[in-house]
Design a protein around this ligand. Structure first.
Ligand code: PCA
Length: 198
């Protein structure tokens, strides 16, 4: 029998005055098994440092083959696998613990950036093949999502555990002032397709 692989998949708590975060709504709605992967789901706080610690703590017991974090990127119109994380915290709004770091490293003294270690081009293609807007992103920003991604890529550097991140648009009910929104069903479908391409 084929060995089942483990995917630790996370979504964030709402932040920045929103009362919903599509990343967690979509993760919570995913099936428990997709392709070869058993999904272990975790909601994480939108807080610098603390969010990454929650993922690393959970990973100790899960021993995942892949960790895939999902985050909200209001203003984006496509589902966007991330290519890179940078060693910079620079917040324009406070996180959910009131932290608003400016121009400080995620991990002092460490390298400037890491590339993600999942097949982002295949994942993007799989999303587009469903007829859902998908594109590669070359910046995960400098807020909590980038913080988590950089920390995980640093922690698992040159190990067998692969690390990825996907930013998703606002839900239609969050989108104001002509901002783009994507229905939850389509976000769920896009994530399922991306996981199938892992
Ligand atoms: N998006 C934020 C943090 C939490 C989330 O869902 C970000 O892009 O950094």
């Amino acid at each position: 029998m084929k060995q089942e692989k483990r995917l630790l998949i996370t979504g964030f708590e709402p932040f920045g005055g929103e009362n919903i975060n599509p990343s967690w709504e979509a993760v919570a709605a995913l099936p428990d098994i997709i392709g070869d992967y058993k999904l272990i789901k975790l909601q994480i706080p939108t807080e610098f440092d603390h969010a990454a610690c929650c993922v690393l703590d959970k990973a100790v017991s899960v021993i995942p083959d892949v960790i895939l974090c999902i985050g909200q990127a209001g203003g984006r119109s496509a589902v966007t696998p991330e290519a890179v994380a940078i060693n910079l915290r620079e917040a324009s709004i406070p996180d959910n613990a009131g932290n608003k770091p400016v121009n400080v490293p995620v991990i002092a003294g460490e390298r400037e950036a890491y590339f993600t270690t999942v097949p982002i081009r295949q994942m993007t293609e799989a999303i587009r093949a469903c007829g859902i807007p998908g594109s590669l992103s070359y910046s995960a920003g400098t807020f909590v999502c980038n913080d988590v991604l950089y920390t995980l890529l640093h922690h698992y550097y040159e190990t067998r555990t692969r690390i990825g991140f996907i930013h998703v648009p606002f839900l239609p009910e969050q989108a104001r002032n002509n901002e783009p929104g994507l229905p939850l069903e389509q976000i769920i479908q896009a994530l399922t397709a991306a996981i199938t391409a892992l």
